[in-house]
Design a protein around this ligand. Structure first.
Ligand SMILES: Cc1ncc(COP(=O)(O)O)c(C=O)c1O
Length: 404
């Protein structure tokens, strides 16, 4: 176990099992003093252990994978495949079900394009653009499941909408705007009931909720490494259906035998990893998974839930603020302030050292449904604490004073 992970665990245990974000912050060089980072839903800050793993992989350990017969390359191949095994273990899957992709976006594009039976796909109103546009581009006919009044995907409506023409249901596990959580098990039962497969966009769930592929019952699950305290440029497609899918991108590494007349392909998952893969990123993602797992996603979930509750309570005291999403939203609080554009809120907060996100959050159909062009969004990570909530609230008082 790497030193910083061991230190993080020791600190965690010394707090009696509760997260000690103040101490954990020391692991994150990006979290400079006096800066309140409330944008972890867009990307998480990186612990030193991840930076060190990337530095070693790009420095003293560096070599390509799957090719060299020399020891350094063989070692790097082992490290790359160990990352695959670690990710599989973390999410309760098998290593031959794990494809390293560039991110969730690429994983969804892969499934949308390679699925042999493109028919109707059922999405929902709250999906991120990366779970909308790939289906349109690949020629699927899109149906849209509505939301409940409190911002959850309405699975009763989904049950009524699904027909045997649906070959896929593709839904976010956690909304990146509302923080609402999907009942994946029920979604799987509904999809499978009409013979459709279920793809889950786990981008916002993976750093916030313990996940277990066997228990969830979905067919495909995608997420991005950079939201799980790992590097950009790598993500994961887990699929129990890889053997049914044809190759996607062609190139080196994904083949068995190439001639000008005919090419045969490597088995999954290599069949889907054409070209030199993201070696450094895979090794660093392994370190990120170790780090998060040592702390425990369940502890992170409880910690972020308390911060969401405190934030929602504080924001409710502003007459001008509208809160979006359910009270039990996970790690994410979206809101609007009457008469103030979210960009102005974010700009004024930035002057006070509080970084939030303002915009459509790559969810324009959801903004249309909410009847707003944009929202302000505060989102938490394992290192967030009450001082971040207090700074946000102070900053919002300043916004109120400036806008009268
Ligand atoms: C719910 C959700 N899905 C998909 C994505 C796309 O992730 P990436 O851009 O890393 O592929 C994001 C990123 O914000 C997200 O929040």
């Amino acid at each position: 176990m790497v030193a910083t992970t061991a230190r993080a665990m020791a600190r965690w245990e010394s707090e009696g099992g509760a997260l000690a974000p103040r101490a954990l912050r020391d692991d994150f060089p990006g979290l400079t003093d006096g800066w309140h980072y409330l944008d972890s839903a867009v990307t998480a800050q990186k612990p030193q252990v991840v930076i060190d793993a990337a530095t070693r992989a790009m420095g003293v350990d560096y070599a390509s994978v799957h090719r060299g017969v020399y020891a350094r390359s063989a070692n790097m191949t082992q490290a790359y495949e160990a990352a695959r095994r670690r990710v599989a273990q973390f999410i309760g899957g098998r290593e031959d079900e794990i494809v390293f992709v560039r991110g969730a976006t690429e994983g969804i594009n892969l499934i949308a394009q390679t699925h042999r039976d493109k028919g109707r796909v059922l999405l929902s109103t709250l999906e991120h653009h990366s779970n909308i546009v790939p289906w349109q581009l690949a020629g699927w006919q899109v149906d849209v499941c509505p939301l409940t009044a409190d911002g959850r995907i309405d699975l009763d409506a989904a049950a009524a909408m699904l027909t045997p023409a649906h070959k896929m249901v593709a839904l976010a596990h956690v909304s990146n705007v509302l923080g609402s959580v999907l009942d994946v098990t029920r979604a799987a039962e509904l999809a499978h009931g009409v013979g459709a497969e279920l793809l889950i966009d786990g981008c916002q769930a993976i750093p916030r909720l313990p996940v277990d592929m066997a228990a969830l019952g979905c067919d495909h699950y995608v997420f991005s490494g950079h939201k799980l305290y790992g590097p950009t440029g790598i993500g994961v497609l887990w699929s129990r259906k890889l053997a049914d899918l044809p190759p996607w991108q062609g190139g080196g590494s994904m083949i068995d035998r190439v001639t000008f007349e005919r090419t045969t392909y490597a088995p999954a998952p290599m069949r889907f990893e054409a070209g030199t893969p993201a070696i450094v990123e895979a090794v660093a993602l392994h370190a990120a998974v170790d780090y998060v797992d040592a702390i425990g996603v369940a502890a992170i979930h409880a910690h972020e839930g308390a911060l969401v509750a405190a934030t929602r309570d504080a924001l409710r005291k502003f007459n001008s603020i509208t809160l979006y999403g359910p009270d039990d939203s996970v790690g994410i609080v979206s809101f609007a302030m009457a008469g103030v554009h979210p960009h102005d809120i974010a700009t004024i907060l930035d002057e006070s050292g509080v970084a939030i996100r303002a915009g459509h959050h790559c969810a324009q159909p959801l903004m249309d449904y909410l009847g707003v062009p944009a929202t302000a969004r505060a989102s938490f990570g394992l290192y967030s604490d009450e001082s971040d909530v207090a700074a946000l609230v102070d900053g919002l008082h300043r916004v109120t004073r400036i806008f009268g």
